[in-house]
Design a protein around this ligand. Structure first.
Ligand code: G3I
Length: 393
């Protein structure tokens, strides 16, 4: 039996009497109680946003994905299209068509876009790595940042300027990459300064993963990340926020509320916004009954979200996709291998770590996200006049 979150139970869960809600003239109350609140609708009421990583070619070829994006999202993150190896696969040979289509789609629906990502070792094209090592010339990096931010500065207000700079085992806690090897630790501040000068109005973020669990490795990652953030802030380099990817995983141990709460508060104390930028849950046991698998996934996400969404600096949640059909965690979807999830007959092989299953049925995780997003930071944090832009059908 699908967990039906009704308006009445939704309000009751929040301790908001319908009459009180009427004072705020929430137009979604007028809808049938059987309808479900969209994820963005719930997020907006509590002063946050919800979004998902997308690929425009998938949105435009998959009607169910198109509907779910329109219903549940306010923010879109290009999973591939804005990366250096996607926009300039060969030096000077730019390929902006996919990103242009996504910008046009977002604009027509008043969606916002997260600019993911300008500098990431794994998406730096081979030719650029070779040129950087050969010339040691920062102007190549600045040219890339300038080319992309100038083209999309009108459409993208928030950028992951640097993706995954941390390595707990690295010197100074920094990950060995072509930028660190070529320009030293200063590359982070230099990239932020260039981004600020090119797009002064944009919010600049550093985005990374592996901070959620209470284990020695992730504690070293948390400390390395805080060390980098404190250095950036102390050097007065421009930084507005951090993205915590939150690629959760079953079997990765315990999420200790006090540890996570303290980490988030230390980030917030630096004056930085926080966004959950790539939420999903990686499974370990595909052989268990689907109902159990979905319960484990929902419980894992709940344990993280309950703490994360108590933090007032937490501005929003972006899932790394909406449906298991397109998840990078499902076989074939991001390795370029011959099979993709679309060709997989046995859907139990798909990782069930996103809000919708491969047939776009909302899973327990979908409802868990609703309940977690309906977390009152403070009454002032509740936006009674926005309400759900769309309700799930
Ligand atoms: O589409 C092409 C296909 O035409 C070609 O035949 C094939 C052969 O290489 O490649 C296909 O592109 C793949 C693309 O995903 C398609 O989805 C790329 O190889 C593959 O590298 C790419 O992987 C993406 C990866 O980032 C690298 O860009 C994943 O989809 C994407 O989910 C993943 O996302 C990252 C975030 O950006 C940063 N945080 C971690 C997260 C997961 O790795």
């Amino acid at each position: 039996m699908q967990h039906q979150l009704t308006r009445r139970s939704f309000l009751a869960g929040l301790g908001i009497a319908p009459a009180a809600a009427a004072v705020g003239h929430i137009d979604w109350l007028s809808q049938q109680p059987s309808h479900r609140v969209s994820l963005t609708g719930t997020a907006e009421i509590f002063g946050r946003f919800f979004g998902a990583a997308v690929q425009i070619n998938q949105i435009q070829s998959d009607e169910k994905l198109h509907e779910a994006v329109l219903r549940d999202c306010t923010y879109l993150t290009p999973e591939i299209h804005l990366k250096w190896d996607a926009v300039e696969p060969r030096q000077g040979a730019y390929s902006f068509s996919y990103m242009d289509r996504l910008v046009s789609f977002a604009s027509s629906h008043k969606f916002k876009i997260r600019g993911h990502t300008l500098l990431w070792d794994e998406s730096t094209p081979r030719w650029a790595k070779e040129r950087l090592v050969e010339t040691q010339d920062w102007r190549l990096v600045r040219k890339h940042i300038s080319k992309v931010m100038s083209r999309y500065g009108h459409a993208i207000e928030e950028w992951d300027v640097i993706n995954e700079p941390i390595d707990a085992n690295g010197k100074d806690g920094l990950r060995e990459n072509v930028f660190l090897r070529t320009f030293g630790p200063a590359y982070v501040a230099n990239a932020l300064r260039d981004a600020r000068s090119i797009a002064p109005q944009a919010k600049l973020f550093i985005n990374d993963y592996g901070f959620e669990y209470d284990n020695p490795f992730e504690e070293r990652r948390r400390q390395s990340f805080l060390k980098l953030l404190r250095r950036i802030v102390s050097e007065c380099a421009p930084l507005d926020g951090v993205g915590l990817q939150a690629h959760l995983g079953l079997g990765r141990g315990k999420i200790e509320p006090s540890v996570l709460h303290s980490f988030l508060q230390k980030i917030a104390d630096l004056g930085l916004e926080i966004v959950i930028t790539e939420l999903d849950v990686k499974e370990t046991d595909f052989s268990a009954p689907v109902e159990e698998r979905d319960q484990w996934v929902a419980d894992e996400a709940r344990g993280f979200l309950d703490i994360a969404l108590e933090q007032s600096a937490m501005k929003g949640v972006v899932a790394w996709g909406l449906s298991d059909r397109h998840s990078w965690l499902s076989p074939g979807n991001s390795t370029g291998a011959g099979t993709t999830s679309a060709t997989i007959r046995d859907k139990s092989m798909l990782n069930r770590g996103l809000p919708y299953d491969a047939d776009f049925r909302p899973k327990l995780l979908y409802w868990t996200l609703h309940d977690a997003l309906a977390r009152r930071r403070s009454l002032s944090g509740i936006n009674l006049n926005r309400g759900a832009r769309r309700s799930a059908a």
